[in-house]
Design a protein around this ligand. Structure first.
Ligand code: ATP
Ligand code: MG
Length: 335
């Protein structure tokens, strides 16, 4: 459906993408995930036709669109800043692209009504000025404005980042439902790993303009390809040599060998008979679980425990620690 072939984008003083190869399947909810500056927006803009690649090609539906102007790519884009017209009503904003295309009035109204319903805008809201709407409602308008043109592909650049945490979670659920309903191939950009894991069919993790890994949320989280992916997607501690020696006592030589060893907090166990001695340094209650910051062999180690099991823990408490050696992640020597 979408293919990037060795896509390279260089700006005057920097290279944003170093030859990106990527394929997105028809109907997929595909996410570009990575830290600020890794090239996510650049990749999206190259797909939309707002940025001309330095080299490499972009294919949509088997057609090379690298030199096709943006408006003829069948792509709808929702920007982080919404970019709505403040002096227009909600309905006028949504219908804007249809008026440009000189679609008949009656059909405009029908399509606006239908898409408004899909994104959860009420009929009476259509007559209001967009400036009167909340951030979440404006975001719905921005999505409706893109969808009303019936694009083949929907591009969303950090569409939820301006919203409060609760609304973000609600809207991402709605977005997922809407995407399934409409069946539209979607490329979503975020630096929020939790959002990416929750929403996506597949995720591409970018790091400094390069593809670090592509896979399902489960694959990326449970089988990270590199230490950067392990570190960026979810939480993890890189064990020091001293920590490895202490923890290995429990599991034979399961932690020996070359390269880095990383462990996710949920695979660190507390109150283990014969475990390594550690001290509780931080406690962060997260509802169902509590994140316990331990000090082990002079360095930090994160452990996630069910909150019910953490209720008696206090800062400074001595604990014993163990881990499942087969659950750790090993990576070759750092580059
Ligand atoms: N118009 C531009 N001119 C020059 N450099 C740019 C331009 N746009 C982006 N860059 C640079 O390219 C790199 C990638 O930028 P990009 O906006 O794609 O990152 P991003 O992953 O979307 O980051 P963020 O999460 O902060 O939005 C950055 O180093 C950025 O400074
Ligand atoms: Mg960006």
């Amino acid at each position: 459906m979408i293919r990037f072939d060795a896509l390279r984008v260089a700006y005057d003083d920097s290279v944003a993408l170093h030859g990106l190869d990527l394929e997105v399947a028809e109907g997929e909810f595909f996410t570009l995930l990575g830290p600020s500056g890794c090239g996510k927006t650049t990749a999206l803009r190259a797909l939309a036709g707002f940025v001309q690649p330095t080299s490499g090609r972009v294919h949509v539906d088997g057609r090379d669109v690298t030199d096709v102007p943006s408006e003829r790519r069948g792509v709808g884009m929702v920007f982080q800043s919404y970019a709505l017209f403040p002096s227009m009503t909600v309905a006028e904003n949504i219908a804007f692209g249809l008026s440009v295309q000189r679609v008949a009035r009656a059909e405009q109204r029908e399509r606006v009504d239908r898409v408004a319903e899909q994104v959860g805008l009420r009929p009476e809201q259509l007559r209001r000025g967009v400036a009167e709407l909340s951030g979440g409602q404006q975001q719905r308008v921005a999505i409706a404005r893109a969808l009303v043109l019936r694009p083949r592909i929907l591009l969303l650049d950090e569409p939820l980042s301006n919203l409060d945490a609760k609304l973000r979670v609600q809207l991402r659920g709605e977005l997922q439902r809407l995407q399934r309903e409409v069946g539209i191939t979607t490329v979503y950009v975020t630096h929020d790993q939790e959002e990416a894991l929750a929403l996506s069919d597949r995720i591409a993790v970018l790091s400094e303009g390069r593809l670090a890994q592509v896979g399902t949320p489960r694959e990326v989280y449970e089988q990270p390809a590199t230490a950067q992916v392990c570190d960026f997607v979810g939480e993890a501690t890189r064990l020091t040599d001293a920590q490895r020696r202490l923890l290995a006592g429990l599991d034979g030589d399961g932690l020996a060998g070359d390269g880095e060893v990383w462990v996710r907090p949920e695979h660190v166990r507390l109150a283990v008979d014969g475990g390594a001695p550690a001290v509780v340094r931080t406690l962060a209650y997260r509802g169902p679980s509590t994140m316990v910051g331990l000090e082990l062999a002079g360095d930090p180690l994160l452990a996630a425990v069910p909150s019910a099991a953490a209720v008696d823990l206090a800062l400074g408490d001595p604990v014993t620690v163990g881990l499942d050696a087969h659950r750790v992640h090993r990576f070759g020597a750092a580059r």
